[in-house]
Design a protein around this ligand. Structure first.
Ligand SMILES: Cc1ncc(COP(=O)(O)O)c(C=O)c1O
Length: 232
């Protein structure tokens, strides 16, 4: 088992922590300064999740600048309902995250056409945060295993499944029993082993949520329409 870091905001993670976490580092596209960050990161073998067509373009450009292939995982939007608050659902069809699964072939063709820039190492999905029903991970893993079979059938030797979905949090300290990372792993273990895959999970904020508190100051309260708004 390896521990790694996942970053949206790349420069601080790269600068401050990469040397302490040389085992594994993953990041997502979609950022304005992504190109510069990735040029620094690519030679280190970082895993990059491809989230869109323009993301892939950026990654190809950076691979050329860095003179190094970039390890990529395709972030497939699985179109599932994680049964959480809509604001933290990340894998339904209308969500802004991931590539549309109908476009998978297009992405595979682009990867095939860029053997000097891209190395496809796996498939990724993230479908929500604060998930309380661990069985959903199994359902999504089945979907992802099918995509992986499809991708492998085209000759790609991919060996990673990154299945994201953050786990539930007992925010009110009510003693709620919630799935642990081990429960998540146990739910998908058999499927992952059957495909000889390395599993990456992203328990997300659940790892630290109950060790922190947010300190802030309300500077005023206003009313707009029927809404009362606390401004900070
Ligand atoms: C790929 C990915 N990983 C991690 C997270 C964060 O998860 P959490 O909110 O459970 O910390 C998100 C949130 O959108 C995400 O899209």
């Amino acid at each position: 088992m390896k521990c790694g870091l996942y970053g949206f905001i790349f420069i601080p993670i790269f600068g401050a922590l990469f040397l302490l976490f040389p085992l594994f580092l993953a990041c997502n596209g979609r950022r304005a300064f992504f190109l510069e960050d990735l040029v620094l990161a690519a030679p280190k073998g970082v895993f990059v999740n491809v989230d869109s067509e323009f993301d892939l373009d950026n990654i190809i450009s950076t691979a050329r600048i860095a003179g190094k292939k970039v390890n990529v995982l395709l972030r497939i939007n699985p179109d599932v309902d994680p049964q959480v608050h809509p604001y933290v659902a990340t894998g339904n069809k209308n969500s802004k995250f991931g590539i549309r699964n109908e476009k998978l072939q297009w992405f595979l063709d682009v990867v095939k056409a860029h053997p000097n820039e891209l190395k496809l190492v796996g498939a990724h999905c993230h479908f929500g945060s604060t998930i309380t029903k661990v069985g959903i991970f199994r359902d999504v893993a089945v979907l992802m295993a099918n995509y992986i079979d499809e991708i492998r059938a085209q000759g790609f030797e991919i060996s990673y499944l990154n299945i994201g979905g953050g786990l539930g949090i007992d925010y009110y300290h009510a003693g709620v029993v919630l799935p642990t990372p081990r429960d998540l792993i146990d739910t998908v273990r058999e499927l992952v082993l059957s495909r000889d895959l390395n599993l990456i999970i992203e328990p997300g904020r659940s790892l630290i949520a109950n060790t922190c508190c947010l300190v802030n100051q309300v500077t005023g309260v206003k009313t707009n329409g029927t809404k009362k708004i606390c401004c900070d």
